[in-house]
Design a protein around this ligand. Structure first.
Ligand code: C2E
Ligand code: MG
Ligand code: MG
Ligand code: MG
Length: 284
């Protein structure tokens, strides 16, 4: 009877394990094929000045359009790429593509920063600083027009190594920001120690605004702390004018969110920015 049950279990579990394994391997394989086949794109989401409505920069967000799988959201493949190490290849492509695009905007006389998300593994590469420096050099982009979005986890792992690397990046003249601020483990001590220029308040604290009093308190505290430390503060995930207006009253510097625009292809960006600025000028 034990044997039967064992066999039953075997039959029950084996295909599931195979499916899990196969889909992982398949995803991994398709991800590489997609990279080689040029199926990745960068979309750009505006970062808006809360005082003027001017779009100061854009965040580059990766998009995967697979022949078979369709559109694969970053949440479905970035974690896998981070586990397998393939994020290093993806990250290198993102960095070079974003910098290339930003240099095109710069050549068109458009002062606009581009923010690039940097994964922990990518940041830990021994030659990461050189990769950033050569991307800038190859493109001719003003280093101040490149922003690197780091997660708090980067600061926590091997703090000495991270400090040296961040100082080298800051010396290049690039802007360093902390993404999803408030959700990780970074402390005020980290903000003092590392050459950080900008905080991105995580969307989870913006969602409850303007009604939620806890979110109000947290967001207000982050903004005040950021100002006291002379950091730029940007709110992520702003979807309503009520949220935007409250953030403006709280003296937040910038916002990013569907209220202005989701990420769009570079060819749609000027149109989106024009529309957003037209809307901003209208009395609400
Ligand atoms: P993130 O860096 O925090 O990016 C913001 C995410 O919030 C984006 O999702 C964006 O589309 C979404 N978002 C922006 N405004 C709003 C809003 O008003 N409401 C809502 N509900 N969502 C909003 P996306 O593009 O799906 O990216 C998810 C995450 O994947 C990113 O979070 C980032 O951690 C990662 N990611 C995206 N592109 C890259 C990349 O090129 N490299 C790396 N390493 N990670 C990336
Ligand atoms: Mg980001
Ligand atoms: Mg973020
Ligand atoms: Mg986030």
């Amino acid at each position: 009877r034990v044997k039967e049950r064992g066999r039953g279990n075997f039959r029950f579990y084996q295909p599931q394990m195979n499916v899990a394994l196969l889909s992982r391997m398949k995803m991994e394989h398709r991800m590489r094929q997609a990279m080689e086949g040029g199926r990745f794109r960068l979309y750009y989401q505006p970062q808006v000045c809360l005082n003027t409505g001017v779009v100061l920069g854009v965040e580059a967000l990766i998009r995967w359009f697979d022949v078979e799988l369709g559109s694969v959201p970053p949440g479905n493949f970035i974690p896998l790429a981070e586990e397998s190490g393939y994020i290093v290849t993806i990250g290198a492509w993102v960095l070079n593509e974003a910098v290339r695009q930003a240099a095109v905007w710069q050549a068109q006389g458009c002062a606009r920063t581009v923010s690039v998300n940097v994964s922990s593994l990518q940041f830990q590469q021994a030659d990461f600083v050189e990769r950033v420096a050569s991307a800038l050099q190859n493109s001719g982009l003003d280093p101040a027009s490149l922003e690197l979005e780091l997660t708090e986890s980067i600061l926590v792992q091997d703090a000495d190594e991270a400090l040296a690397r961040l100082q080298a990046l800051a010396a290049l003249g690039v802007v360093l920001s902390i993404d999803d601020f408030g959700t990780g483990y970074s402390s005020l001590a980290y903000l003092k120690k590392f050459p950080i220029h900008k905080l991105k308040i995580d969307r989870s604290f913006i969602r409850g605004l303007p009604a939620d009093e806890s979110d109000q308190a947290i967001v207000s505290a982050i903004i005040q702390m950021g100002r006291a430390l002379k950091l730029t503060v940007i709110a992520e995930g702003v979807e309503t004018t009520a949220q935007r207006d409250l953030l403006q009253r709280m003296h937040c510097d910038q916002y990013q969110g569907f209220l202005c625009s989701p990420g769009v292809p570079s060819e749609d960006l000027e149109n989106v920015i024009g529309l957003a600025m037209g809307r901003y000028a209208e009395p609400s």
